[in-house]
Design a binder for this molecule. Structure first.
Ligand code: BGC
Length: 715
């Protein structure tokens, strides 16, 4: 921890540094380029990054760039990363007039994806399915340590976008569709980063990136202000309160205003209202895209002016250095006040100061034993699996199960495009950006077929098997390359599913998708269904150990899994959404007017815990309570208990229900335990033109089938 005195001394240092800087040097600090621009152009995609001293000198010394990002060529091991960053820092500190170090940034969005031998964890959607803040925090901490070991101080994570558009190619990067869950897990991720000295997190992508109307990446979202504040803003506000040091901007537009040009969002809201003091970095090439794509700026220079005046402190240009000259010209012509440049440059310098880069230009850390990191990845992978169906207790596949066989003599057909592939487990941001290059993984990387063969008598021949493990998979992709025209799973996999379920043998379907791909009704003929998302490299083991019952599933879906392509409705919809064709409102909490394949929070276990009691207490507008849970079984279990809140009437049509709290607890055999919770005030109120408020009146809290009414009195 940095003491108050050190902080003051740091502030003095960066202020005095700023006072010595030329306009061009300040503009340089606001510029971020990709490592490709400073590498040897002869480098091949499989080579380790090789810096070209002349190109590096041009960027770092002549243009004085403040930051470099990304990986070029193959992933590097920690020693190679350190050597690379050291070479850059030696030039930055040794050959520039003021010796200011650069700040290096990487996308380690689910572990160290760009580090050879780095630990990969499940993607955020899987972590969300575990409902475990402890796992999220610890995975982030380990990631931060591994980055520090590489000498890289800045991680472009966590994603804080709320996943409300299942078509979107980055759905799996979110913590799901719920505001409260995303908020709590986002904060846990920030805390994990902050636990490591010299590391900055970057909350992204501020704001409203995850709800493109068409589902296509980086396109228009239509989000009225009340929805922006009710749904998309809370995780960012919470992360800022938790101390996130930097934010990255949404590449798309909201209501036609590209966020990179929105002073309303990037300055009035973010600085004025939320009090964010850190660095705002653009996303990839997004400043110039205000001219080339969005067309709100007639010239590149106007694009720069708009973005900087909106509140962008650093431009991820990322290929050219024109930004530096453009800033200088704009200030010299009087079109951009130098005070704004001072402000942005000061924020970048303050970030570097807070990371300790002036003392030691590379952070350091010694992550704990590798086997412990892998064990955490495995635990997180298992905790994030969701058992959606388990007809006639098909699982686990033990002697006592419906399969009725000792696993080693059970002939298990392991089939489907996901059965023998390491890429479908880890998804994007794994070794490569798209994560679809199997050759980038070690030859002995675990796949489901491989791990299954350790325990079962496996075969790919479904006709000869006792049971079939059908591994359905979406090829990993992300951002624009991940745009899809239909949420429906491709015909080939659906035909396979239909054919296999027609064989009359138990079919266990495993879903390895980036988003909820729509399945035909043949899925109802599967004996069991496991949502596995992108569980990471330990996912294969987690799945097989779950099949065997060595681990009991406890995950719950952090999103609504649609049945129909036209029914993409969040669980937190309004009453109108559940009206059936007969106009009849349902009177209870069931989804009768809507018909998702699996609702938000769906998830079974091998041994179910019980909710014995639900109590709610009201003090003013503070609502607390407790759930008493019991494990009636003979094995320890984990219970994830969501607490939903309903505001019965409000002046703005209230959602049918919202997640107000959740608890996750382990229970020994026979144990009964009371767990306290506090209802998130944001789940009880709403924003309108007058700001946020909770209206007094009748509410209820629900835990599974237990409901408690409560009343909020006027304050
Ligand atoms: C993505 C960001 C990422 C950045 C840097 C962009 O294309 O949208 O999430 O951090 O690239 O790699």
């Amino acid at each position: 921890m940095v003491g108050a005195e050190e902080t003051r001394a740091g502030q003095d240092r960066v202020r005095s540094l700023l006072a010595q800087m030329t306009l061009r040097e300040k503009a340089g600090q606001m510029t971020q380029v990709t490592i490709h621009t400073v590498c040897d152009p002869a480098m091949g995609p499989q080579d380790a990054a090789r810096l070209d001293p002349e190109r590096l000198r041009r960027a770092v010394v002549d243009f004085g760039v403040g930051s470099i990002l990304n990986v070029a060529g193959r992933p590097l091991n920690p020693a190679e990363w350190r050597a690379l960053v050291t070479e850059i820092q030696e030039m930055a500190t040794g050959e520039t007039r003021l010796g200011i170090p650069i700040v290096y940034g990487l996308d380690a969005v689910h572990g160290s994806g760009y580090t050879r031998g780095g630990t990969l964890f499940p993607h955020n959607l899987n972590l969300a399915a575990s409902w475990r803040e402890d796992l999220v925090r610890e995975a982030a901490r380990i990631t931060a340590e591994e980055l520090a070991e590489c000498g890289v101080p800045w991680n472009f994570a966590p994603v804080l976008d709320v996943g409300r558009q299942p078509l979107w190619s980055r759905f799996f990067e979110t913590f799901g569709e719920d505001v409260h869950l995303a908020k709590r897990l986002g904060v846990a991720a920030v805390e994990g980063h902050l636990a490591v000295d010299g590391i900055a997190a970057c909350g992204k992508h501020f704001l409203g990136y995850s709800a493109p109307a068409t589902g296509r990446d980086r396109t228009t979202a239509w989000i009225p202000e009340n929805r922006l504040r009710d749904v998309f803003l809370p995780p960012f506000r919470a992360a800022i309160e938790a101390g996130v040091q930097t934010l990255m901007v949404n590449s798309g537009d909201i209501n036609g205003v590209p966020v990179h040009a929105s002073r309303e969002l990037l300055t009035d809201l973010l600085r004025g209202e939320l009090g964010f003091e850190g660095v705002v970095v653009s996303d990839w090439e997004d400043v110039i895209k205000l001219h080339t794509i969005h067309r709100v700026a007639e010239t590149p220079r106007e694009a720069v002016r708009l973005a900087v005046m909106a509140g962008v402190d650093m431009s991820m240009t990322p290929y050219d250095l024109d930004f530096v000259d453009q800033i200088c010209e704009l200030v010299e012509s009087g079109d951009l006040p130098e005070s704004r440049i001072d402000e942005a440059a000061l924020r970048v310098l303050a970030l570097k100061e807070s990371l300790g880069l002036f003392e030691r230009p590379l952070p350091s850390a010694s992550p704990g034993p590798k086997r412990e990191r892998i064990a955490l990845s495995l635990e997180a992978a298992a905790a994030g699996l969701v058992l959606l169906e388990n007809r006639e207790n098909t699982l686990p596949l033990t002697e006592d199960s419906a399969a009725g066989r000792d696993p080693s003599s059970l002939r298990l057909a392991v089939v489907g495009p996901g059965c023998d592939s390491p890429t479908v487990l880890s998804g994007s941001w794994s070794q490569t950006w798209q994560g679809d290059d199997a050759t980038a993984f070690p030859d002995d990387a675990a796949t489901i077929a491989r791990v299954a063969s350790e325990y079962f008598d496996t075969t790919p021949q479904a006709e000869e098997a006792d049971a079939i493990l059908l591994c359905l998979a979406e090829r990993p992709s992300v951002e624009k390359p991940g745009d899809i025209d239909s949420l429906t799973l491709d015909g080939e996999q659906q035909s396979l599913g239909r054919a296999l379920t027609g064989l009359g043998k138990p079919v266990i379907a495993v879903l390895l998708f980036d988003r909820p791909r729509i399945l035909g009704d043949w899925i109802d003929a599967c004996a069991a269904v496991i949502w596995a998302g992108r569980p990471g490299p330990e996912g294969a083991r987690a799945i097989v150990e779950t099949l065997l019952g060595h681990r009991g599933p406890s995950g719950r879906l952090p999103f609504t899994y649609p049945r129909h392509p036209g029914e993409l409705v969040s669980y937190s919809h309004r009453w109108t959404d559940r009206l059936g064709r007969n106009y009849g409102l349902e009177k209870d909490y069931r989804f009768d007017g809507l018909n998702p394949r699996w609702p938000f929070c769906a998830g079974r276990s091998y041994a179910e815990g019980m909710v014995v009691a639900l109590e709610v207490e009201v003090a003013g507008q503070r609502v607390t309570g407790s759930v008493t849970v019991r494990n009636p079984g003979a094995n320890a279990i984990r219970m994830v208990v969501p607490i939903f809140v309903r505001d019965h009437y409000a002046s703005v049509a209230p959602p049918v229900e919202r997640l107000g709290a959740f608890v996750s607890t382990e229970l020994e055999p026979g144990e009964e335990r009371r767990v306290d919770f506090e209802v998130d005030p944001e789940s009880m109120g709403f924003h309108d033109d007058d700001g946020f408020r909770i209206e007094p009146g009748a509410f209820s809290a629900r835990v599974f089938d237990k409901v408690q009414e409560f009343t909020l009195l006027p304050l």
